[in-house]
Design a protein around this ligand. Structure first.
Ligand SMILES: Cc1cc2nc3c(=O)[nH]c(=O)nc-3n(C[C@H](O)[C@H](O)[C@H](O)COP(=O)(O)O)c2cc1C
Length: 192
């Protein structure tokens, strides 16, 4: 069943090892009928290439605020206007801090500030100490208060060799969360 049929998503990738998992998530989201535009921070490009994400999405990937490809030069506005939801995965410590404070100094952060009513979901992924840091916890709480949906993180083995909270949810879990998010919205819209 195409649970994400007609859904237009923006996947925002930030700088963490878990970027590799989003390649799989993208493939599965497409299998479920979604159209996905990918936006990457320059740190994310250290972990996975735009070429991979373009090949998997079948659409141009955006990495640069000053990209001249959109006719009005404003990818940061156009991408969210056409989207049913934005998912930041992995969401780095740094990007969560930027989101919580409304920074807009690259394409992905500017897009998130300019998104209007487009729903924003984030999947944090970081070392357990970064997750436990009081600033990160404050920032995540602030984002929840702003209506951002926080998916995970999970607990377990981490890429750095430590064990604890901060692992990004697996692609299948993120896919299920996305599908559940749209089903809840549908129920709400139908008044059930
Ligand atoms: C090998 C390596 C792995 C990293 N993994 C993570 C990570 O999983 N989570 C995280 O929050 N930061 C991680 N970082 C640090 C971020 O990449 C760094 O804070 C960067 O500035 C994030 O930029 P962005 O938020 O613009 O994508 C890692 C850095 C390196 C060098």
């Amino acid at each position: 069943m195409l649970d994400l049929a007609n859904k237009r998503l923006v996947f925002g990738l930030t700088g963490g090892i878990a970027c590799y998992k989003v390649a799989e998530l993208l493939r599965r989201a497409k299998d479920h009928g979604a159209t996905v535009d990918v936006v990457m921070t320059s740190a994310a490009e250290q972990f996975i290439t735009p070429v991979t994400m373009q090949a998997l999405s079948g659409r141009p990937v955006f990495t640069n605020l000053w990209d001249a490809r959109p006719s009005d030069n404003m990818a940061h506005i156009q991408l969210s206007r056409n989207a049913d939801a934005i998912l930041i995965a992995p969401a780095s410590t740094d990007f969560i801090a930027k989101l919580a404070h409304g920074f807009a100094d690259d394409l992905l952060s500017t897009l998130c500030v300019a998104k209007g009513h487009c729903p924003l979901l984030i999947a944090p992924a970081m070392n357990r100490e970064m997750w436990a840091h009081p600033a990160t916890q404050r920032n995540v709480e602030r984002l929840r208060q702003d209506g951002v949906i926080v998916l995970g993180p999970d607990s377990g083995d981490q890429a750095c060799g430590e064990t604890g909270d901060g692992r990004m949810l697996e692609p299948q879990q993120l896919l299920s969360e996305l599908i559940a998010f749209f089903s809840r919205n549908l129920l709400r819209a139908s008044g059930s």
